[in-house]
Write a protein that binds this ligand. Structure first.
Ligand code: HAM
Length: 420
């Protein structure tokens, strides 16, 4: 039997109503902050991710679904959304849009070849936002405020926002030099990846899953001490504005994030709910000041974040928060005879074309079983069609919540439901 690919899942109706609820809410919040939707292709040139995310990151080195198409082009299923959005901003010359920053959101599947684990999938859905075109701590704070509002709007409480500053490119270079000095004398005690990282991207050593408990990782120089005055001032302003909005956070000087494009503000939102599991990061993001120029784009900067619906659902589950079920269908038609089944089909056609949700039994079941089915489908109203009803073209419309019934003609049933 062929099964769903490892690390992917079917989202069945018992679960999909939760997704719909979450997606609707995310659209609403995006609207409140005036972010508009962008849809980019599911796959892109492999080069895009190698350049933007970084050739020395785990995403690019180990996790990409890369393939050659029949024209011998190297393509990659997108592992994240920032690089495609930045590509699109540049390609569509959005720097000339009257309104800057251009504020975009996406809600789309991403693909990473990762080891399957609770909260870690090979296909997962990210909701992400990118505000591109203006460098201002106010935008950083707007993005963080949106992020916190999203999680709070679902009623989540056990949240921990962790922030850091990676500084500007100059500060980052100074810091990388300090890390090389720090790690070089004992680099042979580190994993093979880190022995490469020291030459390609020393900051990645701080993020290494293998060596994270090494003494030298714990005693590594702090990014903050290498921030130049401008970077420090930017970070201080962001923090002060977060304080003004009463957004709680912790500063973690070792937070470097797993992608190379970050400068200045970098952050992650964690769940500290009991039972959430080993992976606690719900969301990550940050500012990327050099990225557009590095991609041969205009001298513009951006900031954004992304979260996965899969992990949001886990957080809701860990905190015992239930997602309200859909209201169900308006009408369920029970039938007693074959003629009634035929008539029900015609009535359903009319009802649905008037925007009334309705259904019937297709299995010739006994009335009791049909009523059970109506309950399962959460029908607001039911009617039963038998010989009498077909003769009189009338039926008892039953309100399933109150048990009340009213006799109405078929046409009036439609009219009444439409009004309701
Ligand atoms: P990221 O930290 O790689 O950042 O991913 C962001 C979020 O995607 C994670 O916090 C997590 O919720 C979710 N996620 C990542 N991998 C998986 C997985 N295998 N299974 C389930 N969920 C996962 C980015 O992707 C950046 N593009 C974020 C960003 C936007 N930075 C600036 N703008």
């Amino acid at each position: 039997m062929i099964q769903v690919p490892r690390g992917t899942q079917d989202i069945l109706p018992e679960e999909s109503y939760k997704w719909q609820y979450i997606e609707k809410k995310l659209h609403e919040i995006a609207k409140n902050y005036n972010y508009e939707e962008i849809r980019t292709p599911m796959f892109e040139s492999t080069d895009l991710f190698v350049r933007a995310v970084g050739g020395s990151t785990d995403i690019v080195n180990k996790e990409m679904y890369t393939f050659k198409d029949k024209g011998d082009r190297s393509l990659t299923l997108r592992p994240e959304g920032t690089a495609p959005v930045v590509r699109s901003y540049i390609e569509n010359k959005m720097q000339h849009n009257v309104e800057q920053p251009v504020k975009l959101f996406y809600l789309a599947p991403m693909f990473r070849y990762e080891r399957k684990q609770k909260g870690r999938y090979r296909q997962f859905v990210q909701f992400g936002v990118e505000a591109i075109g203006v460098e201002d701590p106010l935008i950083d704070v707007e993005v963080l405020s949106m992020l916190m509002n999203i999680y709070r709007s679902f009623g989540l409480k056990n949240l921990k926002l962790v922030i850091n500053s990676i500084g500007d490119i100059e500060s980052r270079n100074e810091y990388n030099k300090a890390l090389v000095e720090h790690f070089s004398p004992r680099i042979d005690e580190f994993c093979n990846d880190c022995q490469t990282r020291i030459n390609t991207n020393p900051m990645r050593i701080l993020d290494c899953k293998v060596d994270r408990d090494h003494e030298l990782v714990k005693t590594a120089p702090r990014m903050y001490d290498y921030l130049n005055d401008e970077s420090k001032a930017y970070f201080e302003t962001v923090k002060a504005k977060l304080d003004e909005l009463n957004i709680n956070y912790e500063v973690d000087y070792n937070l470097v994030r797993g992608l190379d494009y970050y400068t200045h503000t970098a952050f992650e939102l964690m769940s500290d709910a009991e039972g959430f599991g080993a992976i606690t990061t719900l969301c990550g993001g940050g500012r990327y000041n050099g990225l557009l120029e590095m991609m041969d784009g205009p001298d513009k900067t951006g900031i954004g974040f992304a979260l996965s619906i899969e992990r949001l659902l886990l957080a809701l589950e860990a905190e015992g928060i239930e997602i309200p079920k859909d209201k169900g269908i308006d009408l369920y038609i029970c039938t007693m005879t074959d003629e009634a089944r035929n008539a029900a089909g015609t009535l359903l056609h009319k009802l649905r074309s008037r925007n009334i949700s309705a259904d019937m039994d297709y299995e010739n079941r006994k009335l009791k079983a049909q009523m059970k089915d109506a309950d399962r489908k959460n029908a607001q109203y039911t009617i039963v069609l038998g010989e009498d009803e077909l003769d009189s073209r009338q039926a008892d419309l039953k309100n399933m919540e109150t048990g009340e019934t009213v006799k109405l003609s078929f046409d009036d049933i439609i009219n009444t439901l439409e009004e309701l």
